[in-house]
Structures are given as structure tokens and as C-alpha cells.
Design a protein around this ligand. Structure first.
Ligand code: ZN
Length: 504
């Protein structure tokens, strides 16, 4: 049977389409990167996690992915920040580029294959501008070069609006040297004190849009398979990228346009003036990176997401549930990894059936396939997490009722499930921690301990309570439990003894 195809929503056609790259087995993917003038916030974090998981999943699916994400290191905002702070624009750009990299590393976002800086692609941009001038899609005016929107046949095709609507709807800067208000700068004549490079049109600097067209052509060729970015980039940035790239090459620029939805904080747009502007590093002071990743992935990438304390607390509970499942499996099977999936498929299905309740077997069977079916449906990470949750629930129920450690087959099932959960975790960037420390770390990494009790003291008190229980001294046992409880330590009695967890 042919496996079902991966389908991917395309902003260009406004439809989900079966995904097939131009070259079989290879995906050329470009995503607009940060403008490095300030610390990145939660909206950036969401976007990077979304595309990180797409790339990982495409690789998991067997595609060779060539992934490029640019660094915009020359731009009005960087220049303004430099003027405000009295620091050179280059220093601002390098500082916040490093901050962005550090944030991505903390979030577990893998580095793209290429991460070109705009300032290192000036030559390619000028080449592209020359092509556009030669083909009469651009004109020179007062030392700047503009793209002529009128010369473009299908301008507006990505945002699904015609040029009149765009002129009426967009906030467009009045500029005397442009022929049409929608025309945009490919090259800007530099003002006094601004960074500049020599060019055939005079000293100047590149416009923003041209860099992505030049960089994607340099590293990935003339036609991309996937071009991504936030939904806020559709107009004008991506519309302009398409117009200039297709005018220069006469070929389709990108076959799929993929856009992630935006993020609000407590139902409001994030803004420094509203005091709800949360940088990635601030968020990670209170949340484990996996909690943040799971929060983003619990929503479809195209949907808007509202970040709130309650929503994040729910996510943390869900993530705890998976870690608790892993902890229980570890208590039964130790840390050994399970048999590979195919081995399990071939040799021991029948054996498994003997050792397991039918519903647990069903949950265990094909969890990766069900994960894949959800992800194949336009990267439905929320559905995929739902499948994992269902499987874990059934296994937990089975563990509640049976003593899985008694049968070797039971252990094999648990180990196999853990292996699959870990493999899927590689795609989502989750479940990397050891389950026991997960519950014993005080608060979150980087935060001060939520309780004054050391691990040793808790162990000693737990042992004391164990002895009291054996002696049927229930009063002492209860007192110790309450004492620990008041310090945020919960005790869980299991057939294998008592385990403790921190809850604060
Ligand atoms: Zn771009």
C-alpha cells in the first residue's frame, strides 16, 4: 500500500496540496530570519520552533533538506538603534545576532545549513538588481533603484489582492522619487552616517526585500520548494520577494509558501508599551525550554496562539504526564533502550499479544504511524501530541492494573514504547531529560530552589516514613507526608516503593 502523502497548506493557492519537491527526495527551504537590532521575543520563538520541527519532520520522512535562514544585519531599525545608543550599527548587529543564536540554542532549535548575513551577500544583490534593470522591471531615481510594480504581471498573487486594493489598504510611505506608491526600493542611496557600499548607482545600501531573493538564489537556486515566515510577512515582504525573483528569472520563485500564525500575550498584541513584551530569555527563566516548545506545538502552526500563565501551566502538566510515564517505565525496565521497532514488528507481535491487554497492545502498536499521519496532515503537531497522549494514557492504565515487571514481554512493550516516544521526541524536540531529575529539579532551571529541603533530607524523611509504615505507626507516617507536602514535595506509593517529586 502506498503510504499517504504529506500535504502542506500553500498560501499561494489557499489550499492543502500533496507535497512533492522539485527534485525527488530533496527539499530546498528558505525561511526569513531575524533583523538583529534587539532581543528576540516569544513570537520569534514560536516561529523558529515551528520551522525547526518542519525541517526535522521532513528529515524524519527521509527528505534531504537544504535549509537556509538569513540574518538581516543592515536595516533601518539597526541604524536607528545605533544612532540612539551611540554604538556602531555593526556592533549592534553582531551583538544581537549572537543573542539570537544563544536563544535558539537554549530553545533547542537546530541551526540551519546556511545562515547568510545580508552584508555578506551585497554582490549577489547588486547582480540581481542589474538583472532587473536589464529586463526593465526596475528604474534608477536619485541614486536609488526601485522595483516597478506596474511591470509585474501578477503582483498581489500571494496576498490575494490587486494593486488598487493594496494601495488603498496598505500604509505606504510617500516618496517623491517613486513612480508608483507600491514600488519598493531595491537599493537605497545612503544618507550621511549610514552604512554604505559602492554600486553602479552610487553609494548606498540594499533594500530589505532584495536580500532574501539574492540569498535564496545563491544557496538554493532559482526555485524553492518551501518559503516560510510569519503571516505578517505576506505583504509586502513576500509579495515583493516573489515579484522581483520571478521578474529576474522568469521562473516560479517558490512552490509552497508556508506562514505561521501570530502570538498574543493574555489576548493582547505584544508591545513594549503595554508591558507584555516577553523576550525568549525572560520566558526561559521561568519555563523549561521543552515546556515552551510543547506549548507552541500544542497549537496548529497556522492558528493564532495566546500565551497565558494558565495555558502554559496546562502544558507543563501535560509534559509532566509524559515524563511520569517515562519514569514509570524506567522503574520497571531500568534505562536500557527497547528493541528497535522493526524487530518488534517481525519477531514478537504474537508474543506481545500474550503478555498484554488488547487495549495496551493497540495503543502501543503503530504509535509512530499515527504520529506520522497527523504530521503528514499539514504538520498537525497538536493532533500528533494528542495521539501520543492517548497511547501513554492506555499504557498507564495498564501499568496501574498489572505488574508489568513480572513478564519479560511486558517489559519489552514498555521499552519499545519508550524508544518510539524518544524517536518522536527527536522530531518535536521533547522528552530529552531524565525523568527522575525532571521531577526533582527545584522549580525550573536557573530559578532559585522552591524548597529549602535537599534531596538527601527528602530521601531520609521518605525512608523514615517507610519504616513507620512498616511498624504500622500511621500517625508518624502521615505527619512526615504532611510535612513534606507543606514543602511542595509529594509522595507516591507504588508497588516498588515510594517515589517523591517536587511540585513547586
Ligand atoms: Zn525574507
Amino acid at each position: 500500500m502506498q503510504p499517504p502523502a504529506l500535504t502542506l497548506y500553500n498560501t499561494l493557492t489557499r489550499a492543502k496540496e500533496p507535497f512533492s519537491p522539485l527534485v525527488e527526495g530533496e527539499v530546498r527551504m528558505y525561511v526569513c530570519g531575524p533583523t538583529v537590532y534587539d532581543l528576540s521575543h516569544l513570537g520569534h520563538a514560536r516561529k523558529e520552533v515551528v520551522f525547526d520541527v518542519m525541517v526535522r519532520y521532513l528529515r524524519f520522512r527521509g527528505f534531504r533538506v537544504h535549509y537556509v535562514r538569513n540574518i538581516t544585519d543592515v536595516d533601518d531599525k539597526i541604524i536607528r538603534r545605533a544612532q540612539e545608543t551611540g554604538v556602531s550599527w555593526k556592533q549592534i548587529a553582531r551583538e544581537f545576532e549572537q543573542a539570537f543564536r544563544d536563544d535558539m540554542e537554549a530553545l533547542g532549535v537546530a541551526r540551519p545549513d546556511h545562515e547568510p548575513r545580508a552584508t555578506e551577500t551585497i554582490e549577489e544583490m547588486q547582480e540581481l538588481i542589474r538583472d532587473l534593470l536589464d529586463r526593465q522591471f526596475a528604474y534608477v531615481s536619485e541614486g536609488s533603484v526601485y522595483f516597478s510594480v506596474e511591470a509585474s504581471r501578477d503582483y498581489g498573487k500571494l496576498s490575494h489582492r490587486n494593486t488598487e486594493e493594496l494601495v488603498a489598504g496598505a500604509r505606504i510611505e510617500v516618496n517623491e522619487s517613486k513612480k508608483n506608491p507600491l514600488d519598493f526600493a531595491l537599493w537605497k542611496a545612503s544618507k550621511q552616517g549610514e552604512p554604505s557600499w559602492p554600486s553602479p548607482w552610487g553609494d548606498g545600501r540594499p533594500g530589505w526585500h532584495i536580500e532574501c531573493s539574492a540569498m535564496s538564489r545563491k544557496f538554493l537556486g532559482e526555485t524553492l520548494d518551501i518559503h516560510g515566515g510569519g503571516v505578517d510577512l505576506i505583504f509586502p515582504h513576500h509579495e515583493n520577494e516573489i515579484a522581483q525573483s520571478e521578474a529576474a528569472t522568469g521562473k516560479p520563485f517558490s512552490r509552497w509558501w508556508v506562514h505561521n500564525g501570530l502570538l498574543t500575550v493574555e489576548k493582547e498584541k505584544m508591545a513594549k508599551s503595554l508591558g507584555n513584551y516577553i523576550t525568549i530569555r525572560d520566558a526561559l527563566r521561568e519555563l523549561h525550554p521543552e515546556t515552551l516548545r510543547m506549548f507552541f506545538l500544542s497549537h496548529h502552526y497556522r492558528s493564532p496562539v495566546d500565551f497565558s500563565k494558565e495555558a502554559v501551566a496546562r502544558t507543563k502538566k501535560n509534559l509532566d504526564y509524559f515524563y511520569n510515564t517515562l519514569l514509570r517505565i524506567q522503574e520497571v525496565c531500568g534505562k536500557e533502550t527497547g528493541p528497535p521497532r522493526d524487530e518488534l514488528e517481525g519477531e514478537s507481535r504474537a508474543a506481545l499479544e500474550e503478555g498484554l491487554a488488547p487495549d495496551a497492545l493497540e495503543a502501543m502498536r503503530g504509535v509512530t504511524e499515527r504520529f506520522q499521519a497527523e504530521m503528514d496532515d499539514d504538520f498537525n503537531t497538536a493532533g500528533a501530541l494528542g495521539e501520543l497522549f492517548r497511547a501513554a494514557t492506555v499504557l498507564n492504565r495498564w501499568m496501574d492494573g498489572a505488574d508489568p515487571g513480572r513478564s519479560e514481554r511486558g517489559e519489552r512493550v514498555l521499552r519499545a514504547f519508550r524508544r518510539e516516544l524518544k524517536e518522536i521526541g527527536e522530531v518535536l524536540g521533547l522528552f530529552h531529560e531524565d525523568p527522575l531529575p525532571w521531577f526533582r529539579q527545584a522549580g525550573t532551571p536557573g530559578e532559585a530552589a522552591g524548597t529549602g529541603l535537599s534531596d538527601e533530607t527528602i530521601e531520609a524523611l521518605t525512608a523514615e516514613r517507610e519504616r513507620a509504615r512498616k511498624a504500622k505507626d500511621w500517625a508518624t507516617a502521615d505527619r512526615i507526608r504532611d510535612e513534606l507536602g507543606s514543602q511542595g514535595i509529594v509522595l507516591e506509593d507504588t508497588p516498588r516503593g515510594t517515589r517523591w517529586k517536587r511540585t513547586t
